[in-house]
Design a binder for this molecule. Structure first.
Ligand code: LMR
Length: 355
């Protein structure tokens, strides 16, 4: 170690000599204790344009949250990072967006979690019928940092993706052009568009036939009678005008919650500076909380608009009817244990416990 102590007496004298030789200038300010740097004050962010693709309208919980994320990123980066949001499958539709993200052609997507089942079957578990008994249980799952969500998000790494957070929409409801859907018997002889495998199995367990189809193709399929009905949230139904080409709607009590996994390309994200990563993660957490706050209101407003349109004959499901549908749901849950593993199903179900 450098022998500091021996030098100590010499230092003041040396400083005196040096200060006498120095040109005269204003007294240096007293050294101040280091102030914590204001968030982002000195960070120079690189200029970047990023793409966020999704398949729904801007005026939906997901659409609004994606726009919120873009606004937050712009503001936090002082305008340097521009997230361009492409709604309504403008760039890529279901399935395509997943590949585009893996290839690095886009930077963010937020697909319904059933659509990730082709990569990681466990992602189908949160959208199985009867997993979440209330929106509050769903709210717990989508709170940034939730342990079960984290476990699922981390699995996306195996496929070159990085799961950021989970967003919520709400419970899904059936509509049909053929017949009111009250008892499972009413499903017989009808065909429904479904978003993925779990819904397909649920519709079949209820007694109907099903066709998995990209979201962007649903309106045309309903209009042309390729399918008789569909299963979605009020905010999706109203913004896509599905109710305009349907006759009957059933307001279900529980069943399936539509959830989204927000993901980015892992390689791309890993190559960013710590500051950019921090900014994006913070903006994502804020956008997630925003999504989860607006979702319930958007779906309430969706129902109100559907009712006001007078296009659908709407029926509120009774408790007894919901129980009959739940039998079909339980059958799917049981069937899925082998596909996703029982453990993840149990962990998700535990979020229904109070507290
Ligand atoms: C659907 O395909 O019905 C939904 O996943 C669409 C969406 O992203 O809300």
């Amino acid at each position: 170690m450098f022998p500091l102590t021996g030098w100590l007496p010499v230092v003041p004298a040396l400083l005196l000599v040096l200060s006498a030789c120095a040109p005269q200038r204003a007294a240096a300010p007293e050294p101040q204790p280091a102030q914590p740097q204001a968030a982002g004050a000195k960070t120079e962010y690189p200029t970047m344009t990023l793409k966020f693709n999704h398949v729904v309208a801007r005026d939906t919980p997901k659409g609004k949250a994606a726009d919120k994320f873009a606004a937050l990123v712009k503001q936090k980066s002082g305008g340097k990072i521009d997230v361009q949001v492409f709604p309504n499958s403008e760039l890529y539709k279901d399935g395509e967006e997943l590949e585009a993200l893996q290839q690095g052609a886009i930077h963010f997507i937020a697909p319904g979690t059933d659509k990730l089942g082709v990569l990681i079957p466990a992602w189908e578990a949160p959208v199985l019928p009867g997993i979440f008994l209330s929106e509050e249980a769903g709210d717990k799952f989508v709170e940034p940092g939730n342990a079960v969500a984290k476990e699922l998000l981390e699995k996306l790494r195996e496929k070159g993706l990085l799961g950021l957070n989970v967003w919520l929409n709400g419970f899904k409801h059936f509509t049909s052009s053929k017949r009111a859907l009250i008892n499972p018997d009413d499903f017989k002889g009808q065909k429904f568009r479904t978003s993925g495998k779990p819904d397909e199995a649920f519709v079949k367990a209820l007694g109907a036939s099903a066709q998995v189809m990209a979201f962007s193709e649903v309106f045309g399929a309903l209009q042309q009678g390729v399918v008789d009905g569909q299963f979605n949230t009020p905010s999706n139904i109203v913004t896509q005008k599905f109710h305009e080409v349907q006759k009957y709607g059933t307001v279900s009590r529980g069943g399936v919650i539509l959830l989204y996994a927000v993901a980015t390309n892992a390689k791309w994200f890993d190559s960013q500076t710590p500051e950019v990563k921090k900014l994006l993660s913070e903006a994502m957490d804020e956008a997630t909380r925003f999504n989860n706050k607006v979702a319930a209101d958007d779906n309430k407003a969706g129902w109100a608009a559907i009712k006001a349109s007078g296009r659908l004959e709407l029926r509120e499901q009774t408790e007894a009817e919901a129980k009959a549908w739940a039998v079909a749901g339980d059958q799917v849950l049981k069937e899925w244990e082998a596909r996703t593993g029982k453990e993840i199903i149990e962990k998700l179900k535990a979020l229904n416990n109070k507290g």
